[in-house]
Design a protein around this ligand. Structure first.
Ligand SMILES: Nc1nc2c(c(=O)[nH]1)N[C@H]1C(S)=C(S)[C@@H](COP(=O)(O)OP(=O)(O)OC[C@H]3O[C@@H](n4cnc5c(N)ncnc54)[C@H](O)[C@@H]3O)O[C@H]1N2
Ligand code: MOO
Length: 392
């Protein structure tokens, strides 16, 4: 059995980044931008007013009076220059005129006709956003998974389309005679397929496009037929049928179809019977069927694999730190990923593992927001010990 680290290295070695395509900004949320985007203008492109008020020059004092000589609004600048004793009515976002050094808030001004007089107590800020204070023409935004914040920045940079890696198409195959889809009428010995839903959502959030294939039944012919439907995908993921039972056919059928196996079984719990390899030219992950095992396997291996296919240079899971709120026993020979709950703390968050850690418990998983990582062979730990966790 290999370690989690070794298994991850072998999974990532299966991935070659996919090709890139131009994606309009409106469709770019959640896509991996694979080349830096370069700003085509300064932001703001001119010194801009940060407030509604009056642009004046010099160092105005309470009680000073000015003559209002015009107006500037967002999208409508004032072409003249402000001289001593003059003011320009100005609104937020408008270009600040030549000569102005400061925007006086309209709340601090008494206006009569074209004259303004400043109040006794004056807000002191200049309220001018200098040209290029946000970014300069030529500044670049590096490769990343595009979040809403990035899209706003790219739009302001006047970039209508980005170069993004093609979304990996993931063929997701659930296996087992016992499975029916939610809403169907299960027989007395059947259960509802659930893992598919968590894995599809996880993979999509990481940037993949998921094809949910029909559930493969526990016969070689059925599994083979569903594997055939996976042709054309960039990545194949099976759920279940990975263990040693008579009906666990994934390794056998994938092997017959030419799977070049990278490994089978990882020193972790849950999720030991996990396999990976290359099948018909694309990476394949065989996740165990127990619901929590499949989800843990997805966090540790599937999401990094998707990120690697997208071209992320650092696709590995990134553990965070927390403080144990209770003692935990020694970890045993396999790394243990314990479902746990975080509580905010003054420093690191506190982390409390659930008492029930059976890998079939979806109710516990739904309450969990972290996987507490117990390294293989870790000694017992006391409350207050700093530990690693993965958010889930
Ligand atoms: N003799 C041994 N038995 C088992 C071992 C072992 O080492 N020796 N390992 C156990 C561990 S650990 C796991 S995990 C499971 C993994 O088994 P499989 O990958 O073969 O999974 P299945 O047998 O197909 O299913 C296990 C369990 O999960 C349910 N399941 C499967 N797919 C889904 C799905 N899409 N949605 C919801 N639930 C699903 C299935 O009905 C079973 O209850 O093997 C242990 N056994
Ligand atoms: O992956 Mo198995 O839990 O270790 O149930």
């Amino acid at each position: 059995m290999i370690s989690v680290q070794e298994a991850l290295a072998r999974v990532l070695a299966l991935a070659t980044p996919l090709d890139a395509e131009s994606v309009p900004l409106l469709q770019a949320a959640g896509r991996w931008m694979c080349a830096p985007a370069v700003a085509r203008r300064d932001q703001p492109p001119f010194a801009a007013s940060a407030m509604d008020g009056y642009a004046v020059c010099g160092t105005p004092k309470p009680g000073d009076s000015f003559t209002v000589i015009g107006e500037a609004g967002a999208g409508h600048g004032f072409s003249g220059t402000i001289a001593a004793g003059q003011a320009l009515r100005i609104f937020t976002g408008a270009p600040v005129p030549e000569g102005a050094t400061r925007i006086v808030l309209q709340e601090d001004v008494q206006r009569e006709g074209s004259r303004i007089t400043l109040a006794d107590s004056l807000d002191t800020g200049p309220h001018i956003r200098p040209q290029g204070q946000d970014f300069r023409s030529g500044d670049s935004l590096g490769p990343r998974l595009l979040r809403p914040n990035d899209l706003a920045l790219l739009a302001a940079m006047n970039i209508p389309a980005v170069l993004a890696t093609r979304r990996p198409v993931l063929a997701l195959i659930a296996t087992g005679d016992e499975l029916v889809m939610p809403g169907e009428d299960p027989g007395p010995d059947q259960i509802i397929a659930s893992n598919n839903f968590a894995l599809k959502a996880l993979a999509e959030a990481a940037g993949a496009e998921v094809r949910l294939l029909p559930i493969a039944r526990d016969t070689e012919a059925s599994l083979r037929a569903v594997f055939d439907l996976a042709q054309g995908a960039d990545l194949i993921v099976t759920i279940g049928g990975a263990s040693v039972g008579d009906h666990d056919l994934v390794a056998r059928v994938a092997g017959d179809l030419g799977l070049e196996r990278a490994f089978y079984k990882v020193a972790m719990r849950p999720g030991k019977p996990l396999m990976a390899g290359r099948l018909r030219g694309v990476p394949m992950l065989g996740l165990p069927g127990n619901p929590v095992s499949a989800v843990v396997g997805a966090h540790l291996f599937l999401l990094p694999l998707i990120r690697a296919l997208l071209g992320d240079p650092a696709p590995e899971p990134k553990p965070l730190r927390a403080t144990l709120t209770q003692a935990v026993a020694e970890a045993g020979p396999r790394a243990h990923y314990m479902r746990a709950k975080l509580v905010p703390g003054p420093g690191l968050p506190g982390i409390t593992p659930f008492a029930r850690q059976d890998s079939a418990l979806l109710g516990v998983l739904a309450e969990a927001d972290a996987l507490l990582i117990r390294p293989a062979g870790d000694v017992a730990q006391q409350p207050g010990a700093a530990v690693d966790y993965l958010p889930v």
